[in-house]
Design a protein around this ligand. Structure first.
Ligand SMILES: Nc1ncnc2c1ncn2[C@@H]1O[C@H](COP(=O)(O)OP(=O)(O)OP(=O)(O)O)[C@@H](O)[C@H]1O
Length: 685
């Protein structure tokens, strides 16, 4: 694969930016990416100082917050770390100083043809030895300190990310933007880079100090130092940077995106489908074909590709300039030989090399810091991502409310999901009223909008127009947490958490998590009691555990103790799909114990349940009906009915009315709806 290149540049102004009219959007194609950057139109200078200053200022703000945050987490460890870094930065110059001292003693003895001053020489050697030993111990110790500080910082940012991500609501999640790469490691890496950069800057200062000291005449030192750093300066400033640019990046290469998709199939979630569908070879072949089609197109980060572009002239100039220090002391030794000794030349030579590397390192670290800051900025921006579902101010339930359950109504509701095709409405002018305490069954074909209806009633999404009225007020006016405390949902989308079964059920009502009687009762109502008797660890069983256990260079078939230990590692416990649904249902029943539930939405939770299980679940839910409005969604009759179709309610009425009408509902009821039959309830569709 060749160097990253720009395929085509600057097709200017796809669309002018709305916010800042004096900017334009420039589209770059970098390898597999399309990058849109906001460029300020600069009339005279190619280099925009204002923009550069602004980018530094915003970068500095992020950096300041990062430092304050991290120092706040563990000030003592970081103080120790800073001290060790200062030591580290002085290490080279102290070693060089001690070495120069030794060389000078030898040089004097060589020129005077005397034996070198043994005592001074031994002292210098011993000092150097002691210093090296101290350095080694400090390095060892600082690694330990660093690792402790790192763990604390990682935990802090894990916490931060957990909170930021858990607060994303469903509409926000549909944005489909990549943020998986934002890990808790980023801030620590940025902080490490900052420390490294500071260490290098300190080392540069000490090296320059040494140089001035070595060349006693101030002029030599200054000129020599300048000549040493010209090369890294040229190299650094000839680079272009994207890190500070406002930008939108998208991988547009279809082969690359396909490779990514195929690669994601390696996740264990897909293993069942892949093995049972015998798809291994297909995936490998398709992956290789996509890779072949992709060819040499760079997949490197677009930011890196952008930085790597530079003309060969820069390299040429830099290599010539790199020899300036050598030429300088050759010239001095010719013109003014008395001002130089061999030791001075040797020390300067060494110092020049060190300084050049240090400068190179400083620029490298500064580059890394800019990219790190850009990522940390994205991480901090997560907390600014305001939820799309805004919280209301009113308490729920309102003062005037029925004890029988929630009163719900939809008034001319229109709704389409974010990202769905223009004009494609999931619900289209739907009006509907459900009285407190009613039990309503919603039937309809796949995709007719039944689940959407439930999602709007539970405020997982907000309507585009019209309104959802709950107990006489618009649902958007209520405090979300209080509203949700009054709602219980049971759908097939609910999953078991990788926690113990006890916790899985208990989380329906966390306040009573430790109440075994309530948990067992909820398990019984959900039809999950029998499952518990089959599991070795009963309620303590963790289904889908997150585990970290592996063997390296150990085969299970080996006849060794280690192989036996590998074999004995804890195995995953599996239960059937229907059993999972029963456990999830138990969580909903547990929720009823809060005695705050006023609305229950049950959306097709029984697809994997046997008929008996389904009937039992339905009966248990109905038994818990007092004080609750209930909605049951099903599509089981979908192929027979048009009760709800294309986002519209086609047939509406009480159970008796609809049966009397002898329409679609009548037909499907006679065939399949026996499970919902009840003398005590009057379901509506
Ligand atoms: N998150 C989503 N983003 C975009 N479109 C969606 C989303 N969820 C559902 N839809 C679309 O909205 C329409 C209504 O979907 P909904 O899930 O409400 O149907 P349903 O009647 O519950 O179907 P099913 O019986 O298959 O569960 C469908 O056309 C569906 O493709």
């Amino acid at each position: 694969m060749g160097n990253p290149t720009i395929d085509s540049t600057a097709s200017t102004g796809d669309k002018p930016s709305k916010r800042t009219p004096q900017t334009r959007i420039e589209t770059l194609h970098l390898g597999v990416y399309r990058v849109m950057v906001e460029k300020r139109i600069s009339s005279v200078f190619a280099f925009d100082f204002a923009e550069s200053l602004e980018s530094w200022r915003s970068g500095f703000k992020v950096l300041r917050r990062l430092v304050v945050d991290i120092v706040g987490i563990t000030p003592t460890l970081l103080f120790i770390m800073a001290l060790t870094k200062v030591w580290e930065s002085l290490e080279e110059v102290v070693l060089l100083g001690l070495e120069t001292k030794i060389l000078r003693i030898i040089e004097i003895s060589l020129s005077s043809r005397d034996r070198p001053a043994a005592r001074a020489l031994i002292m210098a050697v011993v000092s150097r030895l002691l210093f090296v030993m101290c350095s080694s111990l400090i390095t060892h110790w600082s690694r330990d300190v660093q690792s402790q500080a790192q763990t604390k910082v990682l935990h802090h940012y894990d916490d931060y990310l957990l909170i930021a991500r858990l607060h994303m609501d469903l509409p926000k999640l549909q944005d489909n933007r990549t943020d998986d790469y934002l890990s808790a490691r980023l801030p620590w890496e940025a902080f490490e880079t900052l420390l490294e950069l500071s260490t290098k800057l300190f080392a540069v200062a000490s090296q320059l100090g040494f140089m001035f000291h070595a060349v006693r005449s101030g002029n030599h030192g200054l000129i020599f130092a300048v000549l040493c750093v010209v090369k890294p300066f040229i190299q650094a400033f000839a680079r272009q940077h994207m890190w500070a640019m406002r930008r939108v990046v998208e991988a547009t290469n279809t082969d690359y995106v396909r490779m990514k998709s195929l690669k994601s199939l390696e996740h264990s979630n897909y293993r069942l489908d892949i093995l049972s569908g015998n798809l291994i070879q297909y995936i490998i072949t398709e992956f290789r074909d996509a890779r072949k089609r992709l060819g040499d197109t760079s997949t490197d980060y677009p930011e890196t590709q952008y930085s790597n572009q530079r003309s060969p002239a820069v390299g040429l100039i830099a290599s010539v300039v790199g020899d300036f220090p050598l030429m300088y002391y050759v010239a001095i030794s010719l013109l003014k030989p008395s001002s130089m000794s061999l030791t001075t030349i040797a020390s300067l030579q060494q110092s020049a090399i060190l300084l050049r590397w240090l400068f190179w390192d400083v620029f490298y670290q500064a580059d890394s810091l800019r990219s790190d800051i850009s990522r940390v900025q994205q991480l901090y921006d997560l907390e600014k991502a305001t939820p799309i579902i805004k919280d209301g101010d009113e308490s729920y339930p309102p003062e005037k409310h029925s004890d029988q359950g929630m009163a719900l109504s939809l008034e001319h509701v229109e709704f389409s999901y974010p990202g769905s095709k223009e004009g494609k409405k999931a619900l289209n002018d739907v009006s509907f009223r459900i009285e407190p305490g009613e039990l309503v069954v919603i039937v309809g074909a796949n995709g007719s909008g039944k689940s959407t209806f439930v999602k709007l009633l539970t405020r997982l999404y907000d309507v585009n127009s019209g309104s959802v009225i709950v107990d006489g007020q618009d649902i958007r006016q209520y405090k979300l947490a209080e509203l949700r405390r009054s709602i219980a949902t049971l759908t097939q989308d609910h999953l078991l958490f990788p926690l113990s079964i006890e916790e899985n059920i208990g989380l329906g009502f966390p306040e009573a998590m430790t109440d075994k009687t309530l948990i067992n009762k909820a398990a019984e109502m959900g039809g999950a009691q029998e499952i518990l008797t089959k599991l070795n660890d009963g309620l303590n069983t963790v289904l889908d555990p997150v585990s970290i256990q592996y063997g390296a260079r150990v085969q299970e078939d080996d006849d060794t103790d280690l192989a036996a230990a590998l074999k004995n590692l804890k195995k995953k416990v599996e239960v059937s799909g229907g059993e999972r649904q029963r456990l999830v249902a138990a969580r909903t029943f547990m929720r009823f114990n809060s005695h705050e539930i006023r609305f229950v939405a049950v959306d097709e939770p029984s697809s994997a349940l046997d008929p008996e299980g389904e009937l039992q679940l339905f009966n248990n839910l109905r038994e818990a009906r007092a004080g609750k409005t209930m909605i049951f969604v099903t599509h089981r009759f979908g192929h027979l009915t048009k009760c709800m179709k294309d986002g519209k309610v086609a047939e509406y009425g009480s159970h008796t009315e609809l049966l009397a009408r002898q329409g679609e509902y009548y037909k499907m009821y006679n065939i399949q709806a026996k499970a919902f039959d009840s003398a005590s309830s009057e379901p509506q569709t």
